[in-house]
Design a protein. Sequence first.
Length: 528
Amino acid sequence: MKKLLVLLIGLCFIAGAGIIMSGCGQQTPTINTSISQPSGLKLKGIVRAFTLNGTVGNPVAGAIASLSGDIANQTVATNSNGEYLFSGIPDGQYVIFVTAEGYVRTRSEPVQVKPSANIPADNTITVTDLYLNSNPIILDYTPVQNSIVTNNPTFTVTFDEAMDTSTVVPTLTSNGIRTYATSGNTVPLSTSWNSANKVLTITPQAQLASNESYVLAIPSSAKDTAGFSISSGLDQAQALSENYRVTTGGAPGAPANVSVAVGTNILSSDATDGSTAYANYSDIMDNSLNVRFYWTPGTGSITGYKIYIASDAGGNYSRVYAAGNTGRNYLMVMAVPANVNYYSTSMSNIISALYGSSASIDPIGTANYPMINKTLYVKVVAYNGDGESAAASGSAKDLAGPRLSTTAKDATNWATDTLLDNNYMLPAITNPNVAYIAFTEPVDPATAGVAGNYTLLGGGSITGAQVMTSSSSPLTVFTGGPTDAYTIVKITADAAVSTKTIVVNGGSVKDLAGNAVTNSGVVGVGAP
């Protein structure tokens, strides 16, 4: 009896709760915002063709239309009006492909199928008309584009329809990116077609160069048998030109015989006679003259050359030049003479490569001027797509020693204070035992300022030698000798120097590069 009572009470509670819940539902009604999915959605459209002059032609009957999507895939044929119809399409995104004999495959833009209040009563979605194009296309290249081929390859090009073979004239051209020697060369070709005039076989009539890249091109003037021009902008179409790289031949062999010249004058220790055929201090300091690097070309396939320079043999080399990708067409790479290459650059570019673009140096103040008081070390390498060759090394410095001005100045011709070109006030000579002598370039003061490095002929001894001033540009007020003076030295003797001869002892006075005076070292004192 107690169990029955409890059960009845429980039932009453549940019933009461139901009454309460029902009352709440009446106070806040439920709103259904969903749109019901129409059943049996359909997609329809029309396939049309372009004419030879590019206008829209008639509908295409019998074309194959394929619906492709994540959920549904269907294939149908167009009717006599060019119409296609896909039925029972669920929600999703689809693309329609259309193919037909004699036409290039085309595709629609993505079509989104989803519930919408705008779907017509017959549940059919109309797709924008699709247009078939009769322009021929390239379907395939063999070997595959951008692949590595042998020196004697055969190429095939497959078209989607029969071609007018007289309009298809392929070319195979080296593009000059990898190989220095064959840039821009066009390779002679022979061609043949299959019976359907759809597959073109191309055979080069010359061996292709190793390490070179070539471009195989089909002309845009190529046409099919109906007169339609070839296209590369249609669905499935390949490009009208493709790149191929010939099998590698390894990095090139090293160049050789590196040398350096300034302007047209070479750097040589043979400049003992002061000949202008040899570069001297003034040539190196002349910013109007280019510095030229010469070398004998490397061997093998060469894209170009790189030049590295350093101010110390074991230092870090900086690249001052690279031929880039234009090979022999690069303006600064020339054959002078035959089988010798050279590159010209300015001294300012060399200084920038060694010390930075903002560097301002002077041979007297910094003692690191290239070729004057710092040997310039050079490495030249050849390179191609497989890497750089071993380096050919060379060095360059001023090898022409200073020369002594042929006339000295004494009290008879330096009787007043004189302002020199470097703003140095050179005092007048009042002592008959004093003379000024000059050198044709800056000299090492440690050697020029030693009295024992000079001899006075005609009676008396040299008691003193003092470098009065040295300049990196000519002191044009002190003339005489082969060139203007750069360094002036005061010579003091224990007797009058007038009408006597001052001799620079052999090998004693040297320039900033360590070269000794090259002329006789004899100067007469007196009026010039």
